[in-house]
Design a protein around this ligand. Structure first.
Ligand SMILES: [Zn+2]
Length: 173
């Protein structure tokens, strides 16, 4: 324990190191403000509509099979409507699955695009320390205390804001 305390930087506010921990350690200890930047994720919002389409297709195909099999006396118009509805559902399912596929590809590309920013934000975040006595997050290289806005920007990875912050942190070295 004493060996790790020796390596810790001193807090720029209280100038002591005994309450200083890494942002990771602070976050693990339940300090929400020390949360790491969110990893870019892909979302597939069209999964539910796709599932619904498939259920409808299944239902209509089932209905057709039952009605044909039972030799029920159905008007021709009704059969046309049933077949028409089935076709509409199949086409809708195809369209939705195509859109879902497109959004997965797009989400993938966006996540990939955001990864470098997340990487940089993570690198900055890892270099930060937290002082439990003053409840401040600071950069040991510059002895600069980060404001809430800077932390939020870092976490949300607004591309240019995160770059601005790392740039200011570097400039102040
Ligand atoms: Zn302190």
């Amino acid at each position: 324990m004493t060996s790790t305390t020796a390596q810790k930087p001193t807090c720029p506010v209280c100038h002591q190191a005994d309450q200083v921990k890494t942002t990771q350690a602070a976050y693990d200890a339940g300090v929400e403000r020390c949360a790491p930047p969110d990893m870019p994720t892909k979302n597939v919002p069209l999964f539910l509509p796709f599932l619904l389409c498939m259920v409808f297709v299944g239902f209509f195909v089932f209905a057709i099979v039952i009605l044909i099999g039972s030799e029920a006396t159905l008007s021709l118009a009704f059969q046309y409507v049933l077949v028409g509805l089935t076709l509409i559902c199949i086409i809708a399912a195809l369209v939705v699955s195509y859109m879902a596929f497109q959004s997965v590809v797009k989400g993938d590309a966006e996540a990939t695009k955001r990864f470098p920013a997340w990487d940089r934000a993570m690198a900055v975040w890892r270099s930060l320390y937290y002082c439990a006595r003053n409840d401040v997050i600071f950069d040991p290289k510059t002895n600069k205390v980060l404001s809430n806005e800077e932390l939020l920007a870092l976490r949300s990875m607004q591309e240019d804001r995160a770059e601005q912050i790392s740039a200011t942190l570097v400039q102040q070295q």
